[in-house]
Structures are given as structure tokens and as C-alpha cells.
Ligand binder design. Structure first.
Ligand code: SF4
Length: 453
């Protein structure tokens, strides 16, 4: 039964209001692109923005000289190259690009960068250290992370794997690898030999960039391992390029075949996606999700908490509701990892905790995301409130991960811009910095020694 209610007029129902206008026609170069052309995944890929000059070319007069220069400056500092689908590019509010949450995520400006935190790390989550063989991180006892490719349909400024994804930039040399099937067989062999592993995350890079043949190859090889019970394909694709789900039938059929094979074996095959802003969501996203849902897919979302993108209660609640409405489970919201070139995005732990409190209770518990801190140094994901000690004055939280790395202590640091001037000065001095960290460590060690054995 259709409803005559105009949801855009009722604030509590704003999440049912999916944008469905010809928004891409606002971009001068695409003013005459038809809905059919825009829907075509090949058109989206062919017209993706991959160079700064293309920004100017498609925007024409809408790109001021000042903005263009700022984008050029951004490329000198950014750890990620540019790659933006026309879908996302035309959803940016070009009358106010500086403050736009999509521009912030995919097209860095030189003027936005802040100096990195003194404790930042290229491989903040220790994925390379916890890798027994190339392309595979084995941290949790029963779960592994498989990175079959380093290519994505967009390059996100906040990427936690900026050390390997999307090719070298002016500021970082990377050992990027494409999707090389020969290297994957060693991964299958390792998993086969380790019978405790039940769960495989296939990430990268992005599963959207795997061919149908590669998806089947990976899916079949993993599912036939007797102890594997769950596999998850990770892709940001649904968020930034829903047209592929709608028009690339071969890719969807390959995913479907793997999912059906999993069902036949009594095993889970699900998709994890990556919406971070309600602005990424339109009628196209809903239509893509309708297709996946009707065909039997479970889709979960992992968002990254980012300043100016989603660190506002209303934004986070809207994102949560809109995802739920499209049959995507809002699974995680991550504290931003401590990787280079991202200090302007990061928020304090306190802000993450406050947002979690504000979101909880706005919808059903199973659709409420867990706010987590993926511990620098490879302690794994911990609920934001489960720290052992938090020195808010200096922005130092101390954590333990007894089931991942027993006996080890981990630290997460708030961004310096969230601290007082005095605290920032203490961080700039190596001696006082080490003293602050050691004082926080000692607090936790003292607490532990007081606990009954
Ligand atoms: S899609 Fe994922 S892996 Fe690719 S650039 Fe974005 S965050 Fe990084």
C-alpha cells in the first residue's frame, strides 16, 4: 500500500526521505547525462575522477582558482590518491565544498591538514606485524583478515591502509599490489592448516574490484575448507557506487553463487559495507539494497567517526536510521585510526563515548552500532567505554586485550587539537610526553596489582 505522507516534512521520519533528483546535472560536464547513462556501472567507472585536472574540467566555472589551488596543495600532503565516482562527486555541495562531508572524505584540501600526532603510525593496527604470510593478518584466534587486492573504486582520505592502498603519492611510497590470484593459494593453504580459524574477512582494497571469476575462486576455495563457517566480503561499493549492484549482473551473480554455495554448506556469506555519512545515501542506494536484500544477502555497515562528517548526534542518528531502513545493519562505528594525514578527522575518545550514549535508545538494540576503538598496536576492537584508564586532560587512554594479546597494554591518543594549549605543549616536549605516557601506564599496572588474583 503506498503512503501519501510527505516524510521530508516530519523530522522523525527524515530517514525515509531518499534523494531521487537528477543531482548529477548540477555538474556542468554532466548536465546532459541521462538517468540511464548515469545508472550504467561502466559509465561510472569510465568517468571517475582520478586527477586534479579532471576536477576543474568537469566543474568548469564552479571550481574557483582558490579551491583548485587548495586541492593541488592537498595532493602534495595526502597519503591517498584521488579516485571518486561521478555518483559521489555530484553529491558534493559545490556551493560550499570546504564544509561538505563527502568532499572531506574523498577530496582533501591542503588547508585542512594538521600535523600528525607524535604517536601516529603508518600501520596503526599492526596488520603487517600480525601477518604470518603476505596478504593475511591473523590476530583473533578464530578469525583472519585476507587482503586479496589493494585497489578500490574510490580512495578515502581516512583509509587505515593508506600505506598500501591505491598507489604511491607525492608524500608516500607504497608497495601496492593488484589482485594476484597466484599469491592467494598460500593464504588458502595457511587457513587450511589452522583449524581454529572459522571466520574470514575478505577486504583490501575492495571486493567491488574483484572480477566475478576472482570472487568465485576466493569464495569456493574458502568455503570448501571444512572448519570455515563464515566469510564476509568487505566493500565500500554500495555506499559510493550503487550502480554496480544495479547494472553489473555478472558481479552480483558471482556474489550470489558464493552465497548460495555457503548456504548449501550451512555457512554464512555476508557483505560488510562502509557508509559514513547520510549524504552518501540516495534512492540509488535504496534500490541497490533492495536488490541485494531480495536476493538474500545480509549486509552490515562499518562507519568511521570523522570530524565534520558524522561527529554530530543528529547526523549519527540519521545515518543509523537510514541504514536500518534500507535493511543494512549498523554494526560498528570506529574511532579513527592513528594513521598519517588524518589528524583533522580524528575525534577524542570522549566524543565517541558521548555519541554512543546519544545514539543508544533511538532505535532497536540490534540496529544500534557498537562504537569501538581498534587498538593501535593490534589489540583488536574494544568497546569505547572499556578502557582501563583515561587521562582526559592529556588525551591518553589505556587498554587491555586479554583474549588477543594477554598481558600487553595498549594506548589510544586523542587528537592534539582537542586538548588545551598547555596539554598540547606537553606533547611537543619529548620528555614530558614520555612522562605522561608512563604515568598512565603505571596507573593501570597499579590497578592490576591491586586486583585479587
Ligand atoms: S574503500 Fe576501504 S580500503 Fe579502499 S580506500 Fe576506502 S577505506 Fe581504504
Amino acid at each position: 500500500m503506498s503512503s501519501n505522507v510527505d516524510h521530508s516534512k516530519i523530522p522523525e521520519l527524515e530517514h525515509r526521505n531518499f534523494r531521487n533528483d537528477d543531482f548529477w546535472k548540477e555538474i556542468p560536464a554532466w548536465a546532459s547525462v541521462t538517468r540511464g547513462e548515469f545508472a550504467d556501472h561502466k559509465w561510472q567507472t569510465k568517468n571517475s575522477i582520478r586527477k586534479v585536472e579532471q576536477v576543474k574540467k568537469v566543474l568548469g566555472d564552479r571550481c574557483s582558482d582558490e579551491l583548485y589551488q587548495d586541492i593541488l596543495d592537498g595532493q602534495k600532503k595526502a597519503p591517498m590518491n584521488i579516485r571518486i565516482t561521478p555518483y559521489i562527486f555530484s553529491l558534493i555541495d559545490w556551493s560550499n565544498p570546504v564544509n561538505d562531508p563527502l568532499r572531506k572524505q574523498f577530496l582533501p584540501l591542503g588547508s585542512q591538514f594538521l600535523p600528525d600526532h607524535p604517536m601516529h603510525m603508518a600501520d596503526s593496527l599492526n596488520e603487517d606485524v600480525d601477518a604470518p604470510i603476505p596478504l593475511l593478518t591473523h590476530r583473533y584466534p578464530d578469525k583472519v583478515l585476507f587482503l586479496p587486492t589493494t585497489i578500490c573504486p574510490v580512495y578515502c582520505s581516512y583509509c587505515t591502509r593508506s600505506r598500501i592502498i591505491g598507489g604511491s603519492t607525492e608524500s608516500i611510497d607504497k608497495e601496492t599490489y593488484g589482485a594476484n590470484q597466484k599469491r592467494w593459494d598460500d593464504v588458502f593453504e595457511y587457513i587450511m592448516k589452522n583449524s581454529r580459524i572459522e571466520d574470514v574477512v575478505i577486504s583490501g582494497g575492495d571486493s567491488y574490484m574483484l572480477t566475478p571469476k576472482q570472487i568465485r575462486y576466493i569464495g569456493e576455495n574458502l568455503l570448501k575448507i571444512p572448519h570455515i563457517r563464515r566469510i564476509r566480503f568487505a566493500t565500500k561499493g554500495i555506499a559510493i557506487f550503487p550502480m554496480k549492484v544495479l547494472t553489473d549482473d555478472e558481479w552480483v551473480e558471482a556474489m550470489q553463487d558464493v552465497m548460495k554455495l555457503g548456504r548449501a554448506f550451512g555457512k554464512q556469506v555476508v557483505i560488510h559495507t562502509h557508509f559514513s555519512s547520510p549524504k552518501e545515501i540516495t534512492k540509488w542506494s535504496q534500490m541497490a539494497m533492495d536488490r541485494l536484500y531480495t536476493e538474500g544477502f545480509t549486509v552490515r555497515n562499518q562507519a568511521v567517526l570523522q570530524t565534520g562528517v558524522n561527529n554530530h548526534i543528529d547526523t549519527m542518528v540519521l545515518l543509523t536510521r537510514q541504514l536500518s531502513f534500507m535493511n543494512i545493519q549498523p554494526y560498528y562505528v570506529y574511532m579513527h585510526d592513528m594513521v598519517p594525514g588524518c589528524e583533522h578527522f580524528r575525534t577524542s575518545l570522549k566524543e565517541g563515548i558521548e555519541l554512543e550514549k546519544a545514539v543508544r535508545g533511538t532505535t532497536a538494540g540490534f540496529n544500534t552500532p557498537t562504537f569501538v576503538c581498534d587498538l593501535p598496536g593490534g589489540g583488536g576492537k574494544r568497546n569505547v567505554s572499556s578502557y582501563e584508564y583515561y587521562d582526559q586532560e592529556n588525551g591518553i587512554s589505556v587498554w587491555k586485550a586479554p583474549n588477543v594479546k594477554p598481558g600487553q597494554i595498549f594506548f589510544y591518543y586523542d587528537p592534539l587539537h582537542s586538548l588545551s594549549k598547555e596539554a598540547q605543549d606537553r606533547w611537543m616536549n619529548e620528555k614530558s610526553r614520555n612522562e605522561m605516557i608512563e604515568a598512565a601506564r603505571k596507573k593501570v599496572e597499579d590497578q592490576s596489582s591491586l586486583k585479587p588474583k
